[in-house]
Structure formats: C-alpha cells, structure tokens
Design a protein around this ligand. Structure first.
Ligand code: SF4
Length: 232
C-alpha cells in the first residue's frame, strides 16, 4: 500500500535544498563505488544494525575471510558465525537469523541470488526481502540501493530518521518506513539511485555531527534557514 503524506506547507522544494545545502558542506565526501553484489550487501547490512560502521565492516571482512562463499556461510553453524562477528551488537541473534535467512532464500530461489530484484517494482522487492528473517525496512532498502542492484530507494537509518523528522521532511511521529516513503514521494523524478545514496550519506552525517540525539548544533547547521525545528 502506498502511503501519502500531508504537510501544512508544500514540502516539494525542501528536499533538493536539503541535499544541496548539505552537499556544499560535505562536498565530495560521498562518491559511491561499484557496490557489493546483493547477497554480500544483505550479509553486511544484516550484521550492521546498532553497531559502529568500522566494527561491522571489520566483522563483514572476517566473514568473507572465514567462509569461501556465502553458501558456506549458509551451511555454517550459527555458533561459528557468532564467533566470527562477535564484536557486533547482538551477535548471537544476528548470526542465527543470518544463517536462517540465507538458507531460506537459497531454498526458495534455488540459489543465493537476488539479481531478479533488479527488474521488480521497488515496493515488491522491499516486501520480498523483508519476508526473510530479521530483514527490516533499512536492511531491505540497503540491499536495493547500496548494492549493484542500484535501485531508487532511500535508506533510513537512525540518524536519517531523526534528522529528517526534525527538518520537516516527514511528520514527527513517522516511523522509519514512513520517513522513507515520505522522502521518496518528495524526490524529483529525475533523482537516480545515486542521488538517494548521496542524500542518505549527507543526512547520516548531519545526524552524527550536528543534529544528534541529545544535542542540536543549529548554530552551525546549513539547514537552519528552513528547518522546521530550528530555534526561533
Ligand atoms: S537546524 Fe538544528 S534541528 Fe534542524 S537539522 Fe540543523 S541541527 Fe537539526
């Protein structure tokens, strides 16, 4: 079901301005490479929640070094996977769910392959991924946008979720999925997958550096001119 959002004022001009203002501040920092294949991105995103990027990246590299292929990972004991990713948060749950998800995907698709999602409608692909254990909206969006699938999907992590609502890109009570849909609805049709990737990186950086959970450094924020939550 497609959600629609209603604001007191027309939000359409805000999103490109947000992107442009933040890009000026952090110019050139977020150039994407080719991306991981979709299964690798699924593995990486599945172990990254509530974990610092450098810790989850290291855990992902340890998985790649330990298992010759993702089929070997799917066949591994959850305890072995847990030991390999021990430094990420909730390593036991993540290991168990990851092994189950890969096995289920392999059984349902006849192999570890997500390339068929490239041509499916985005929300269909989101729902297909979220049918796997422990795959939520953020992980599904990351698989579709960050990987070589390169789909037009906004990835909303905790920093993007917080900053987007404060700015006024989505209602204050919107959950992460609703924020994703609100941003995608407001995005110009010309925006590509790479534009969404850049916006994700820019809003994440904003949320980490200026618009933090317990402190808003509005005095140094390039969005203060039109942010809905700026101090008067
Ligand atoms: S102006 Fe303040 S509340 Fe708005 S995005 Fe910037 S830091 Fe956050």
């Amino acid at each position: 079901m497609q959600l629609s959002f209603h604001f007191d004022t027309d939000p359409a001009p805000i999103l490109p301005a947000v992107r442009d203002q933040l890009a000026r501040l952090q110019r050139g920092r977020f150039r994407r490479g080719g991306g991981l294949d979709p299964i690798s991105q699924l593995v990486k995103s599945s172990i990254s929640s509530r974990t610092r990027d450098e810790v989850s990246q290291l855990a992902f590299e340890r998985l790649r070094a330990r298992f010759p292929s993702w089929d070997h990972l799917a066949d591994a004991r959850a305890a072995e996977v847990e030991a390999t990713i021990a430094r990420v948060t909730f390593a036991d749950d993540k290991a168990r769910h990851l092994v189950t998800a890969l096995r289920r995907l392999r059984a349902e698709q006849g192999g570890l392959d997500l390339d068929f999602l490239k041509d499916m409608p985005v929300e269909w692909a989101m729902n297909r991924l979220q049918a796997l254990p422990n795959v939520g909206d953020k992980v599904a969006a990351a698989v579709l946008n960050f990987s070589t699938l390169r789909r037009r999907v906004m990835v909303v992590d905790t920093h993007v979720w917080r900053a987007a609502r404060r700015i006024g890109l989505a209602p204050a009570n919107a959950d992460p999925r609703a924020v994703r849909l609100a941003i995608m609805e407001q995005a110009p049709p010309s925006w590509t997958a790479d534009d969404f990737f850049e916006l994700h990186c820019l809003l994440k950086g904003l949320g980490q550096q200026l618009c933090m959970h317990d402190h808003m450094d509005c005095g140094h924020c390039p969005l203060a001119g039109f942010c809905a939550q700026r101090p008067l």
